[in-house]
Design a protein around this ligand. Sequence first.
Ligand SMILES: N[C@@H](CCC(=O)N[C@@H](CS)C(=O)NCC(=O)O)C(=O)O
Length: 194
Amino acid sequence: MTGKYPPMRLYSGPLSMFGAKAQIAALEKRLTVELVMVPFDMARLYEPKHEEVLRINPKQQVPVLIHGEVEIFDSTQIFEYLEDVRPEPRLWPQTLAARARGPAYPYSFSVANNRDLNAFALPGGPVWIHRGILHAAADESQVAGVLAHEIAHIAQRHAADQITKQLVANGFLGLLGAILSNEGHFPRLVRGPH
Ligand SMILES: N[C@@H](CCC(=O)N[C@@H](CS)C(=O)NCC(=O)O)C(=O)O
């Protein structure tokens, strides 16, 4: 860590996977972090809790990070913070689509010339966002939130599943219609023998 950063202190524990996650992130980024191992044993676990952990984290859990005036808890928040402090090397993929769960669909992003506040996703990758949202959004992160939502629809195959269900349902109804229209057989069947 260079002189422009104040020292960082990470509170972790000997068996803390989440603490290790934060520690590894700092190591990956070559950040110098003072590691404080909060006492732990199998009989008392983390009791008594460390006073800094108690002060900073309402959940009373490690990991906790102190960096100058920044005091944060939860390994994911710490991860995000370390990524901001030192962006390289990246811990996470940079684009929304690269971070999406699910198969690597060929995502594409387009703006629909519509002032309504809306966005939608088509199965297989295309994401459309109305220009109304781009005007209404206060900052980039609000647009990112909308795009992430649409990406999740694709990654989780919501529309694709819906279409499949409709095809199945339509197929079934089509079959039913064919049977019902077949006066010769079906009415006799539903009325019972006579
Ligand atoms: N969601 C939290 C989970 C943190 C967590 O579960 N910490 C455990 C150690 S791995 C802990 O401090 N447990 C002690 C306790 O709950 O009293 C994170 O990602 O940091």
